[in-house]
Design a protein around this ligand. Structure first.
Ligand code: SF4
Length: 709
């Protein structure tokens, strides 16, 4: 490798910020500004800036590990480790059938890896039991988007449209901490005269930037959206012409909203009627407006309906599918978008095709060279899959995920993982889940391999290999190639990412997420391409915004903006979905009188498996805490920093008190990045949304107990 800067993208969140990587003479890698990528224009948060530290040998895994007879993980050769995995998975399949083998992926995997993992599960193992941690990220927004628009792409417009809008309602997103470089779009929005409304039970760093901050009770965002729609109707602000021309199902949605009187909504949410009216005025007055949701409204047992209610508001006011307007989801994980498009989701095949659609099965089976009837059907969702470990599912292959920390009801999930007959984990570090494995494989990191990701805008990006991995490390694609061969499938699992991408293009062709017109060369030259981007161009597909001047493109330009002419439904109309308020699965009561909500801090990423190993990030955010209101602290007799026990029906977590007026008095907050005594997910409720199967991370009932020092 040359000592020159390689332009690539951050390994962490869904912004996929551009960065340059340069190998230094001392063997380290320097991360530097890359100003040509429009999403971050050179800015990086602390996680991205320090990301190269996880490449160091003393932080990462450098040898396969196998569990010895004494029960310890010890170094082993690649052949021994791969043989053990093939034997472990193969034995389970032979003794209990293919569905007794599970596969669990991650939203950090590149498109090529997610695609290959899905193919490996269905073609090599023959199992239906595959899902991934992205189910815990954006699945409710995806389900609601498909219901309403016929298509789910996180943002149907580029981030650069945000500053040009008249008003943005940000629901349950603390992007100032989760993706700090994105804050500039909202600062520019305000500089341009637009308004920002933030809805969050906590006065977060993002809420501090808002023109108006509403702090509803956790779990009541659905009622809030219904109350706003009620007022839109009552105040005569419905865009009747748009509703008539571009939507279907209005009357039922209208009737449902009219049943949610503002005073009733005020009682449910704690948001006053005057504040509701203020939101309606701010949202409806400008020519353009957006609603953007994140995990707050989505990680609920009614997440799909909640997002549906916000989409209804956008439809009734004529916002969706119009310039600088509409609904979007701020996907969280690095490749959370691409990860859900290419087949590691329990119910989907590449190209965002449905696994139970005969035409989709036939298309993908042809690309894969297998009989469509040999492909298994849909499997369990992520939590249900993890909950079945040790019972129906006896062996598990896990890549790029750490459910011991990140799954809801985590102590129970840890117990299920411990009860497996066999567990193999591929990761870059020895995560808390890898510590429980029979075999651990050390795999390459983002800087050491080429591959594509798809960011939260639906922009497909090329991550380039900048350095050579240390000896003893292999890529996930090599692992799957080797395992396929050992399990009797010699062909169809290439190790070259571009070769995989070429197959993915064919598999996705004609699907909702069509990548067939995208090549590595284009990605390198164009700094990313928005899907859908079919190989065959029809004049009507040409995007005027992408090609100023209107000349006929030689290739499809990609689709930065969706739905401007029609939605992706059979008749081109968006669908209103009639929804009504319902309570969280676990409301506070005498025994558990307080609501717990969970989330993130700026210096840690997801389960913290990587970022907890970076000194600067650890110094900034060394451990969990319980954020609570002074009134609640006084009742408990707790002072700042005192250990507080938070107890739910699923367990107990202890962390220092952080006392602040920035949270509702009926709610406590814990970040979820840490294992052990302060593990927030010990407490969370796995009640699932009936459509998306999203667990209710954002609201459960707890009680607080003082802890003796
Ligand atoms: Fe990386 Fe996200 Fe930070 Fe950008 S905001 S540097 S993508 S973690």
């Amino acid at each position: 490798m040359q000592n020159t800067a390689t332009p690539t993208h951050c390994p962490y969140c869904a912004l996929q910020c551009g960065m340059n990587l340069t190998p230094a003479p001392d063997g380290t890698v320097v991360v530097s500004e890359r100003a040509d990528f429009p999403v971050n224009r050179g800015a990086l948060c602390g996680k991205g800036r320090t990301s190269a530290e996880v490449l160091a040998r003393n932080v990462r895994l450098t040898s396969p590990l196998v569990r010895d007879e004494a029960g310890k993980l010890v170094p082993a050769s690649w052949d021994e480790a791969l043989d053990r995995i093939a034997t472990g998975l193969g034995r389970t399949r032979a003794e209990h059938g293919p569905d007794a083998v599970g596969v669990f992926g991650g939203g950090g995997l590149t498109n090529e890896k997610a695609y290959t993992l899905g193919k490996f599960a269905r073609v090599v193992l023959g199992t239906s039991q595959i899902d991934y941690n992205g189910r815990f990220c954006m699945s409710s927004a995806a389900a609601a988007g498909i219901k309403a628009f016929g298509l789910d792409r996180g943002l149907p417009f580029p981030l650069e449209d945000i500053p040009k809008s008249g008003c943005v309602i940000l629901v349950g997103s603390n992007l100032a901490e989760t993706m700090p470089p994105s804050l500039r779009f909202f600062t520019e929005l305000k500089e341009n005269g637009g308004t920002l409304i933030v809805i969050d039970p906590r006065r977060t760093k993002t809420a501090e930037q808002a023109d108006l901050h509403l702090a509803p009770r956790p779990g009541t965002d659905l009622a809030l959206a219904l109350g706003l729609l009620h007022l839109v109707i009552a105040e005569g602000r419905v865009d009747e012409e748009y509703v008539k021309e571009r939507t279907a199902g209005w009357e039922d949605a209208r009737a449902a909203a009219m049943a949610h009187w503002p005073e009733y909504v005020e009682r449910i949410t704690g948001v006053s009627v005057p504040q509701l009216r203020e939101v309606v005025q701010m949202f409806c007055e400008p020519e353009s407006a957006m609603v953007l949701t994140a995990r707050g409204p989505e990680q609920q047992s009614k997440g799909t309906d909640t997002v549906g209610a916000w989409i209804n508001l956008c439809l009734a006011t004529g916002r969706a599918g119009r310039p600088r307007s509409g609904y979007g989801c701020l996907t969280g994980q690095g490749n959370g978008q691409g990860g859900r498009e290419h087949g590691q989701k329990a119910d989907q095949l590449p190209g965002y095709r449905k696994l139970d659609d005969p035409a989709a099965r036939a298309h993908v089976a042809e690309v894969w060279g297998v009989d469509p009837d040999s492909l298994p059907g849909p499997g369990r969702s992520a939590y249900e899959l993890l909950d079945a470990l040790g019972t129906d599912i006896r062996s598990l292959l896990l890549m790029a995920s750490n459910p011991v920390v990140s799954a809801p009801r985590a102590a129970h999930i840890e117990e299920r993982i411990r009860s497996l007959d066999f567990l193999a984990v591929c990761d870059v570090v020895l995560s808390e889940t890898a510590e429980l494995a029979d075999v651990v494989l050390p795999v390459t990191q983002w800087a050491e391999e080429t591959g594509t990701t798809t960011n939260l805008e639906g922009r497909v990006l090329l991550r380039r290999r900048a350095i050579t991995p240390p000896d003893g490390i292999r890529s996930d694609l090599e692992v799957l190639h080797e395992l396929a061969a050992r399990l009797g499938v010699e062909k169809g699992f290439p190790t070259d990412p571009e070769e995989v991408f070429e197959e993915l293009r064919r598999a996705s062709a004609g699907g909702a997420a069509d990548y067939s017109g995208i090549t590595y060369r284009r990605l390198a030259e164009e700094n990313g391409v928005f899907w859908p981007c079919p190989a065959a161009v029809e004049a009507a597909d040409a995007d005027e915004d992408a090609l100023p001047g209107g000349e006929a493109p030689a290739v499809h330009p990609g689709t930065p903006r969706l739905f401007l002419d029609r939605f992706a439904t059979p008749d081109g109309r968006a669908r209103f979905v009639p929804v009504s308020h319902r309570a969280t699965a676990e409301e506070p009561d005498e025994e558990y009188p307080v609501l717990l909500t969970t989330g993130r801090v700026v210096a840690q990423y997801q389960s913290g498996a990587q970022t907890r190993r970076v000194a600067e990030l650890n110094a900034a955010a060394p451990g969990p805490f319980v954020e609570l209101h002074p009134r609640l602290a006084a009742r408990l007799g707790a002072a700042e920093g005192d250990p507080v026990a938070v107890v739910s029906r699923r367990g107990r977590a202890v962390a220092p008190a952080r006392i602040t007026h920035a949270i509702r008095p009926d709610t406590v907050f814990m970040p979820f990045h840490w294992p052990g005594e302060g593990r927030a997910n010990t407490l969370t409720n796995p009640a699932l949304d009936p459509t998306s199967r999203m667990p209710e991370f954002k609201a459960c009932a707890v009680r607080l107990e003082a802890v003796e020092r």
